[in-house]
Design a binder for this molecule. Structure first.
Ligand code: PLP
Length: 379
């Protein structure tokens, strides 16, 4: 099955008792058993719920994986992976990662004696230099936020095999429509479903996908034991959102390209970071491992003044000033004061996150309106 068909049909069957074509919201905590141990596969909703199961099967199919599990947030999904490790284990992660992931690694799991190394992943050498017998997890995020750096997933999968570790890719920015890390050698894929998969800025949720049976067994054991599961209503909303994922992503990609090209020509814009540009350092790899470049981009202003960036985010009318991304509506943000405020200035600037940097999550509105909005805000 092709992507659009899978988005609408995979894992979803008409309701057996009524024929309802849409998966019902099974708003129930428990299930009546015919006798001791005689039931229909559902005993208690922390363990398994039919609305959640439909979503988990659907998301697994989109990532070409065999097993999916959903969680109460993206971070709860990452928390599950970290709980597969033991004290003394080591993790090598990209240094350019989502702030919440960094916080979970360093303020929660370091306490339990798991050691984290943060390295640049433009090549495999930095990972090799930190690898040792205790290395159990390689953590990849690509494209990254907000600089849109690209990590070569295949190259990282090769080093992961050399270390005998497992590799997870945070595929939130690319979505399964543009990139399938399992096909490129990853063992696990993680999503903040909150973003593009949900797609309508109305749910917080996370997901993990794998084809490895042993990893899946641990994943479900921890999902059930720790209990960070999403509610049936939220699973229903995401099932509904995913039915248009391919259509939304097509428009996100088109609009992303139009806005990136517009900004690049604008006299007040210094740099535009979007992996679709030939001169973006990750363009070659992006072309190999992605089927499009998405709707996330960032840009800096000539003169690099924070005040100018503040003016722009204040003046926009269609774009909304907000955290998060991946919804149908366009969002604008200022990483230095919003998402990346906790990172020291020097380290931030070394990674290109300068005072005037503005990040866009380009939505699916009409591109002309978005361009006109930025035009008047930059004027
Ligand atoms: C938002 C986000 C997360 C965290 O997900 P939540 O659903 O907010 O817990 C992780 N990784 C990336 C890339 C994100 O954008």
């Amino acid at each position: 099955m092709k992507f659009g068909t899978k988005a609408i049909h995979a894992g979803i069957e008409a309701d057996e008792s009524t024929g309802a074509i849409m998966t019902p919201i099974y708003q129930t905590s428990t299930y009546v058993q015919e006798g001791i141990g005689v039931h229909k596969g559902f005993e208690y909703s922390r363990t398994k719920n039919p609305t959640r199961s439909a979503l988990e099967n659907n998301i697994a199919a989109l990532e070409n994986g065999a097993f999916g599990a959903c969680f109460g947030s993206g971070l709860a999904a990452i928390d599950c992976i970290l709980k597969m490790l033991n004290p003394g284990d080591e993790v090598i992660s990209t240094n350019d990662l989502y702030g919440g992931t960094f916080r979970l690694f360093t303020t929660i799991f370091e306490k339990y004696n798991i050691k984290f190394h943060f390295v640049g992943m433009s090549g495999a050498d930095a990972v090799r230099a930190k690898a040792n017998d205790n290395t159990k997890l390689i953590w990849v995020e690509t494209p990254t936020n907000p600089m849109m750096n690209i990590v070569d997933i295949k190259a990282m999968a090769d080093v992961t095999k050399e270390c005998g570790a497992m590799m997870c890719v945070d595929n939130t920015f690319a979505t399964p429509y543009l990139q399938n890390p399992l096909d490129l050698g990853a063992d696990l894929v993680m999503h903040s479903v909150t973003k593009y998969l949900g797609g309508h800025s109305d749910v917080v949720m996370g997901a993990l996908i794998t084809s490895d049976e042993a990893i899946a067994k641990e994943m479900y054991r921890i999902q059930n034991s720790s209990g960070a599961i999403p509610a049936p209503m939220d699973c229903f909303l995401v099932l509904r959102g995913i039915k248009t994922l391919h259509l939304r992503m097509q428009r996100h990609c088109e609009n992303g390209e139009k806005l990136a090209s517009f900004l690049r020509e604008h006299p007040k814009v210094e740099n535009v970071y979007w992996p679709g540009f030939e001169d973006h350092p990750g363009n070659d790899i992006a072309k190999e491992q992605m089927r499009g470049f998405g709707g996330m981009l960032s840009f800096s202003l000539v003169g690099n003044r924070k005040e100018d960036a503040f003016e722009v985010v204040k003046k926009v009318k269609v774009f909304a000033l907000a955290e998060s991304l991946g919804g149908v509506e366009s969002l604008i943000g200022h990483p230095v004061t919003m998402t990346h405020a906790s990172i020291p200035k020097e380290e931030r600037e070394r990674n290109g996150i300068v005072d005037s940097l503005i990040r866009l999550s380009v939505g699916v509105e009409d591109a002309e309106d978005l361009i006109n909005d930025l035009k008047q805000a930059l004027a």
